[in-house]
Design a binder for this molecule. Structure first.
Ligand code: FMN
Length: 325
C-alpha cells in the first residue's frame, strides 16, 4: 500500500476515519493480538513502543521484534527516544522492513511513557519539560519522513499547559494527536481515572488535525460516550482490549472469551510473538474472570511451556464452561 504523504484530516480519511483504535502496549500490542482485534472492529493499531536507538543498533532485536503483514493495515509504528536524528533514522529504517509498505501508515512518537526508565533515559512523558526538543523532533520527522508523524501525549495538571503543549506539537507538524487524559504521576497503583474534560478542552482548541481520546475506555458504550463528550474523532483503548479483544464489535460477554483465546492462539501459531510470555499474558487477561473458578487450570496455564499445551488448557476450560462445571 503506497501512501503519498497526506496531512491531518486527509491522512485520517485515507485510513477510513478510524474511531476504534488499539493503544500501543509494550509486550502486548504485538502482531497476533493486533490481528485478533482487527477481526473485531479495531480500526487502527500501534506497535508496542520501540527504542529508536536499539532499533537502529541491534539487528537481532530489530528482526525479532519486527512483525507485520498486509492484514495488519493500518499500523502506526511507535518509537521513543530523545535524539532527533536517531528517531528519524529509525523511522526511515522501519519503512524498509518486511511488509512495512503494506501496513505502516505513519510513525508515532511516544511522549507519554511515565516509567522510571523513561525518566532515566529522558524520553516519553519526561520530555514534557523539554518542549524545545520535542518541537525539534516532531519538525524533523515531519519534514524528512515519507509518512506522517503522529504523537501520543499525557496531560499536565494545568489545562493551559496541556493546551499549549498540544498546540506546539501540532504546529511542529504532528498530523494526528492521541491524548491520554492522565498526568505523568497517574501510573501504576495510583492510576486513577482519566480526565475527559481535559481531553475535551484540547479538542476544542485543536480542530485542524484528528484528535484521539485515551483513558477509561472499557466497552463500546464507553467509546461512544467519550467521542460524544470530548468531540474527538476516535478513541484508543489498552486495558479494555486486553480483557475484551472484541469490545469494539460490541461483544464482551464471558462466553466469547474462550473463542477469542483460541483464535488468538491460532494466530500465534502463524505469527509467534517475539517472546513466549506475551502469549501467557494475553490468555490470562482474556480469561481472567472465567479462570477465577478453575484454580487448577490457572496453574496449568501458568506453567505451560508451549502454545499447544496452552491451547489444550483453553479447550478444557471451554468444555467446563459449556457443561457449567
Ligand atoms: C501493558 C501496557 C503496555 C503499554 N505500553 C505502552 C507503549 O508502549 N506506549 C505507549 O504510548 N503507551 C503504553 N501504554 C499506555 C497505553 O497505551 C494507554 O495510554 C493507557 O493504558 C491508558 O489507556 P487505558 O485506560 O485504555 O488502559 C501501555 C499500557 C499497558 C496496559
Amino acid at each position: 500500500m503506497s501512501h503519498s504523504k497526506l496531512a491531518g484530516y486527509d491522512f485520517y480519511r485515507s485510513l477510513n476515519s478510524p474511531r476504534y483504535c488499539m493503544a500501543p502496549m509494550v509486550e502486548q500490542s504485538e502482531l497476533a493480538f493486533r490481528l485478533l482485534c482487527k477481526n473485531y472492529n479495531t480500526q487502527l493499531t500501534y506497535t508496542p513502543m520501540i527504542f529508536s536507538h536499539t532499533f537502529l543498533e541491534d539487528k537481532e532485536h530489530r528482526v525479532r521484534h519486527w512483525q507485520t503483514t498486509s492484514d495488519d493495515y493500518p499500523l502506526l509504528v511507535q518509537f521513543c527516544g530523545n535524539d532527533p536524528l536517531t528517531l528519524l533514522e529509525a523511522g526511515k529504517l522501519c519503512l524498509q522492513m518486511p511488509n512495512a509498505q503494506h501496513s505502516v501508515v505513519g510513525m508515532d512518537l511516544n511522549l507519554g511513557c511515565p516509567q522510571k526508565f523513561a525518566q532515566q533515559h529522558r524520553f516519553g512523558a519526561f520530555l514534557m519539560e523539554e518542549q524545545r526538543l520535542v518541537r525539534e523532533i516532531v519538525s524533523i520527522l515531519h519534514r524528512e519522513l515519507p509518512v506522517p508523524v503522529t504523537c501520543k501525549i499525557r496531560i499536565f495538571k494545568d489545562i493551559q499547559q496541556t493546551i499549549s503543549y498540544a498546540e506546539m506539537i501540532r504546529d511542529a507538524g504532528c498530523q494526528m494527536l492521541a491524548v491520554h487524559g492522565r498526568t505523568r504521576e497517574q501510573r501504576g497503583s495510583i492510576q486513577g481515572l482519566a480526565d475527559w474534560d481535559a481531553i475535551k478542552l484540547v479538542r476544542e482548541r485543536i480542530k485542524d488535525i484528528p484528535v484521539l481520546a485515551n483513558g477509561n475506555i472499557r466497552t463500546l458504550e464507553d467509546a461512544e460516550r467519550c467521542i460524544d463528550y470530548t468531540k474527538c474523532d476516535g478513541v484508543l483503548s489498552a486495558c479494555g482490549l486486553l480483557e475484551s479483544p472484541a469490545m469494539f464489535s460490541g461483544s464482551d460477554g464471558q462466553e466469547s472469551k474462550v473463542i477469542l483465546a483460541k483464535e488468538y492462539l491460532k494466530l500465534c501459531a502463524e505469527h509467534p510473538p517475539p517472546e513466549y510470555s506475551f502469549m501467557t499474558g494475553h490468555v490470562f487477561k482474556m480469561l481472567k474472570a472465567l479462570l477465577s473458578d478453575h484454580e487448577d487450570l490457572k496453574m496449568r496455564l501458568g506453567t505451560a511451556k508451549t502454545r499447544e499445551v496452552m491451547f489444550d488448557v483453553v479447550l478444557e476450560l471451554e468444555r467446563r464452561v459449556e457443561n457449567k462445571m
